[in-house]
Structure formats: C-alpha cells, structure tokens
Design a protein around this ligand. Structure first.
Ligand SMILES: [Cu+2]
Length: 316
C-alpha cells in the first residue's frame, strides 16, 4: 500500500496518531530480551553513528557525514512508519513531516512558540520538557549518550533547549538554494565523500559553509537537549525533521530527473557501507523488527520509495 506523508501542522488526526503511535512503541516488546521497539531504533541510530567508515578515520560513519546519510535515514523512517502502522492498526498511516523552513521565516522568539510546540502537538522547550504529550510521566528517556559519548541506561525526562546554540531554524531561501542551485548540487555526492564534499548530500546534511551549522544539522542544534547527541531519536521530533529532509531529497530527485546515486561500487573500499550496492548498517536481521528488508538493504533499494509512500507536496 502506498501511503501519503503529510505536513503535521495540516492534519489533526495524523498528528494525534503519530503521538499515540510513538507512545505505543515505547511499550511494544518484540522479543522478551529486547528493549521496546522505540528504544531499539534509538540504539540502532547510536550504534550506526559510532561505527566509523573506515574504522581508522573517526569522521564518516555508517549513517552520517557521508553518502549513505540520506538512504540510511530513509530506511529508518520506513521502519518506524511500518511499526507505527502495526501498533496503530492502520496500514494507511503515513509519517508526517515538519517543514521547519517555514518556522525559519519567523522571528527567533516566534520560532520558539510556533504551533508545533504547543500542548496539542509536541510540547515546548525545557530541561525537562514540562508541556505537551512528552512530559515526565508520559515519556521516558531510557537510553542516552553520556558526555563521554558512551551509551548508558537512564530513566529521565526529555530535554530541549530551543535556540540556545543557534537562534534560527533554516529558512526557505536556504532550502531552495540547496535544491535550486544547479551545479554542483546536481551531483548527489562526490569525493572526499565527507564534510568537505561539494554536493547535494553534504549541503542538505548541513556541513557546507559552516559555521554556522545548516539545514538538517541546524534543526538538531536549534532544538537542542536530547536532539544534540547520537541518541537524538529519543525526541520524536527527530523523525519529523528527517521526514522533511527525506522530502527535500525527493524534491531534488524529481527536479533533476533522478540523478545517479554516488559512489558506485567501483569506488574505494574505504567507502564500505556507502556505495550503491553495499549493505547499510543494521542492528538485527530479525524479521519482526525489519519485516521489509530483514536487515539487508542497500542504497540502491531505497532510491525510489514510490511503491511505499509519496509526499502530499514536494514544494519547498
Ligand atoms: Cu541521524
């Protein structure tokens, strides 16, 4: 079934389903010896982020700072969406996105009180968050990255710190520049395949022309708190950000008529995990966790997601 992914601000029932669904996944245990399904996704993200590719250079990792950034997160979103459909008992459910560039048009103080952060949506900022559906008692952070970068068990509330490190979300102009620039951004990715690449992937991930941090990265940094670490999926807004990043990738793909994914398989084995046919970093091949790919999926399998989902609009 092809589902439609919509703007979370436009559809009250999708918004409520998303909030209900992520809470259901916090209580969902696929195997007795596993953490709940929501936390399993958090742990998977942390492990991928701490798996360096190649291991000898602590720069590019199995999900970021390299070409696989977009397909790896597309896979993660597809799995989250599948599990949400299961616990909501609704095969029509499509993950919503947050078009943060629209909020980026507001003043810094208005950005912090935008509709997304109201009680009926995701609640607001704070350490801990004290408003909305993810406050103490209704949302627990169980696994987190500590200040030394280690994954630890914890039992605390969610934290956010809007606008503390950077005052503004990315603007519409920044997004349009990334997509409309033409060359060099018609190239998906290019050597050195990391933060120094002049490419669409690197610009959308947010490493081009830093400081300041930009686009995808800037959203993590602006939200702050739990969104700053390798366990950033602890905040459900992680998925709304990445769904919009995925939408921007889709918009770019359409605009330039399916540019080729790079690197191809003839590139150096230093790029293992990032090349077109390489298997991406999975956490398990268990078919309850990953009924769609069983942990074996390559960027090439994810370049055209149109058999699974479409966006209500690709307008940026
Ligand atoms: Cu990530």
């Amino acid at each position: 079934m092809v589902v439609t992914r919509v703007n979370i601000l436009d559809n009250e029932s999708v918004r409520n389903q998303f909030i209900r669904g992520v809470k259901l996944l916090k209580d969902d245990i696929l195997h007795p010896e596993w953490p709940n399904t929501y936390d399993l996704l958090v742990i998977w993200h942390y492990i991928a982020m701490n798996t360096f590719t190649p291991a000898s250079q602590m720069v590019r990792n199995a999900a970021h700072i390299g070409p696989v950034f977009l397909p790896w997160h597309r896979w993660m979103l597809i799995l989250l969406e599948r599990h949400l459909q299961r616990v909501l008992n609704d095969d029509n459910f499509g993950l919503p996105y947050w078009d943060w560039s629209k909020d980026g048009e507001l003043s810094p103080s208005e950005q912090k009180t935008a509709l997304l952060w109201s009680d009926a949506f995701l609640g607001g900022t704070g350490s801990p968050v004290t408003t909305g559906p993810f406050t103490e008692g209704s949302w627990k952070v169980n696994v987190a990255e500590d200040i030394d970068g280690n994954l630890i068990r914890t039992n605390r509330s969610l934290t956010r710190n809007f606008g503390a490190i950077i005052a503004n979300l990315p603007t519409k102009a920044e997004v349009r520049t990334a997509v409309d620039r033409g060359q060099p951004n018609v190239v998906y990715d290019t050597a050195p395949w990391d933060i120094n690449s002049i490419s669409f992937r690197n610009e959308l991930e947010g490493w081009v022309n830093i400081p300041p941090t930009r686009l995808h990265n800037a959203v993590h940094v602006w939200v702050g708190g739990d969104m700053l670490t390798g366990t950033s999926p602890n905040d459900p807004v992680f998925y709304l950000n990445h769904c919009n990043v995925d939408r921007i990738w889709s918009s770019w793909t359409k605009k330039y008529n399916n540019p080729e994914y790079l690197p191809g398989n003839n590139e150096s084995s230093d790029l293992q995990g990032h090349r077109l046919n390489d298997l991406m970093a999975s956490i398990t091949e268990d078919d309850q966790f990953d009924p769609l790919f069983r942990g074996k999926v390559s960027p090439k399998d994810l370049l055209d997601p149109s058999t699974r989902y479409v966006y209500d609009t690709l307008e940026l």
